[in-house]
Design a protein around this ligand. Structure first.
Ligand code: SAH
Length: 219
């Protein structure tokens, strides 16, 4: 066990190098990727691949996202410690753990109970405090809103309107909330960032092509 732990530490450092080469420049995000034990969010039979920069299956036809993608989304969220962040699509729990390492308060919604339960136990085991819920994340989490950041980790056909309403409005003390969501069809999505700039105003920008499992809405 001690031996494999050492191997993971080395591979994790190498993964940080790969993510950096792929264009993630935010040192705080790179440090967070360097902290999270990704092997703990993957079933034992696939753990030897935990530090390849790839999406891997986690059951229920879903995947743990590629580390570069997790890092890129985290960079776009542009969080500050203490921020309140909502994740849609808990999946393995890995992205939630990376957000915890950024010092933010993390809330996460997953539609599959089985994945939710597994993510809960992986996060608990590593002492990450995340509030998790089973449900349709396209509705957000109105009881906890507004959020400084919302990250959707599944591909959406369009920007979920309910999520826009749940972004924080800017005021003298704080910037407006940021939504990071891959938007497109099932073959390709553009990473879309929307910033709330006022009560009824938003600014959006797009960067880069991605491929996510679909965001499934019950509405
Ligand atoms: N963030 C995850 C990635 C999981 S893949 C990780 O780090 O491992 C995307 C997840 O979104 C899947 O688990 C899928 O079940 C979930 N999902 C898809 N549509 C959803 C919805 N409407 N509400 C909540 N979760 C959803």
């Amino acid at each position: 066990m001690a031996k494999s732990g050492g191997v993971y530490i080395r591979r994790r450092a190498e993964l940080v190098g790969t993510v950096r080469e792929n264009g993630v420049t935010d040192e705080r995000v790179l440090a967070a990727i360097g902290q999270v034990k990704r092997e703990q969010f993957i079933e034992p039979a696939l753990r030897h691949r935990a530090y390849e920069d790839l999406a891997l299956p986690i059951g229920m036809r879903q995947t743990i996202s590629q580390p570069t993608t997790v890092a890129f989304q985290t960079m776009l969220l542009d969080t500050e410690p203490g921020d309140k962040v909502l994740e849609i699509g808990t999946g393995s729990g890995y992205q939630a753990a990376v957000l915890c390492e950024m010092g933010v308060r993390v809330y996460s919604v997953e539609r599959h109970r089985r994945l939710h339960e597994r993510a809960k136990s992986a996060l608990n085991k590593l002492d990450y405090r995340v509030l998790l819920r089973v449900g349709d994340g396209t509705q957000g989490w109105p009881g906890i809103a507004p959020f400084d950041g919302i990250v959707v980790t599944a591909g959406a056909l369009e920007i979920p309107q309910r999520l826009l309403e749940q972004l924080r409005e800017p005021n003298e003390q704080k910037r407006g909330g940021r939504l990071v969501v891959p938007v497109g069809d099932k073959n390709r999505q553009l990473m879309t960032k929307v910033v709330r700039t006022g009560k009824d105003s938003y600014e959006s920008s797009r960067r880069g092509d991605f491929l996510f499992v679909p965001l499934v809405s019950s509405k």
